[in-house]
Each structure stands twice: as structure tokens, then as C-alpha cells.
Design a protein around this ligand. Structure first.
Ligand SMILES: [Zn+2]
Length: 159
């Protein structure tokens, strides 16, 4: 059933100051996960750089624990307003410099060439390991994209 959102719920989505009675850890966590997804998508699909979701989620959990302690303290002191702003720079968990690039693995697919099925290299995975938590991130690059990169960097002359 649909119900109208309360002012407190809207405020929580935007972060910032809020009545302590409306603080919900689970909602804050869900909102943060959505934010992580958006930033991660931007890194992986727009910037084509790896992003460590593990590190981002860990930072969010620590931040929520910190805010939750604040809320409990405020309630004990009978204060009604608390700053629930997330002090997290989500961008810092992304970018090739945050990872060791271990190797590249060729992507081999069966393709029909002149009526014959042949194994063809269609691209490669770039394999990254997070310098902070050692998570493995593999990013898939098609040959067409890799060629565009080479043209841009001057490794292949434009025809
Ligand atoms: Zn990590």
C-alpha cells in the first residue's frame, strides 16, 4: 500500500540535520548503498576505471556506527537535533591508482568466420587488486574500445 513519506524520511535521504527520533540505521545504510551504486557505475561505465565496493561499504558501516553513537548520546542528553551528514568521499574508492593492475586476460569467444566456428580474441579483462582490502576487480574491455584507446594515445595512427 502507498503511503506518503514523512518530512523526516525526506530529510534523511538528503542527509543533514534531523530529529533524532527518526534516525533509522537501516534506511541510512540502504541510501548509502544506492549512492555507492551510482558512483560505482560512473567509474566503471563512464570513466572506465575500477571501483572498490568493499572499501566503500566498509566506510559506510563505520560511518553509520559513528552516527548511531551520536544519536544515542543526543537522546541520552534529551537533545532533539543531530547532524546526520555522512562524512564520506565516495570517489576515493575508485580510480586505477587505488589498485594494483595484476595482469590482463584475453577474452576468447567462438565466432562464425566464413561459415567456420573459430576461437577469436574479442577483448580482454584488466585484472585489478585493491591496495587497501585486496579485493579482485576484473573489468571487461572489447577490442573496439581498446583500439579507440590506442588511437587516442597515439599508439595507432588514425586511418
Ligand atoms: Zn578495497
Amino acid at each position: 500500500m502507498e503511503r506518503t513519506r514523512t518530512e523526516a524520511e525526506r530529510n534523511l535521504k538528503e542527509g543533514g540535520f534531523l530529529d533524532v527520533a527518526h534516525w533509522k540505521k537501516d534506511d541510512a545504510f540502504q541510501n548509502a548503498l544506492k549512492k555507492i551504486s551510482t558512483v560505482m557505475y560512473d567509474f566503471e561505465y563512464n570513466k572506465r576505471q575500477p571501483y572498490c565496493k568493499n572499501c566503500a561499504v566498509k566506510a559506510v558501516k563505520q560511518e553509520i556506527a559513528r552516527l548511531n553513537e551520536n544519536v544515542i548520546k543526543k537522546m541520552e542528553n534529551k537533545e532533539s537535533s543531530v547532524n546526520l551528514e555522512f562524512n564520506i568521499d565516495y570517489d576515493k574508492f575508485g580510480g586505477a591508482d587505488k589498485f594494483e593492475k595484476v595482469n590482463e586476460t584475453e577474452i576468447v569467444e567462438d565466432k562464425l568466420l566464413d561459415g567456420m566456428r573459430q576461437s577469436t580474441i574479442t577483448g580482454k579483462y584488466k585484472n585489478y587488486i585493491c591496495k587497501t582490502c585486496s579485493s579482485h576487480i576484473d573489468m571487461e574491455f572489447k577490442n573496439s574500445e581498446l583500439d579507440t584507446e590506442k588511437i587516442k594515445s597515439g599508439k595507432i595512427p588514425i586511418q
